[in-house]
Ligand binder design. Sequence first.
Ligand SMILES: [Zn+2]
Length: 71
Amino acid sequence: MMDINNIPDHPVVDNLRSTGYPNGREPVVMKCPKCGDECDFYFTDIDNEIVGCENCIGMYDAVDFVENEDI
Ligand SMILES: [Zn+2]
């Protein structure tokens, strides 16, 4: 007869118990080098330099932007 107390836990249960995460790894938290906020995306310029993230990048309609510039 099978002893219910000797059944090994599923690996996910083991991981959750020891680390708190199902895969046993802490999720990587990315921070924007420009604003310091936690972010999921980086935006880069034409030279592949990071210019910001979804929290600190603005997007403007090009025509509206030019019309609002004092040039
Ligand atoms: Zn940012």
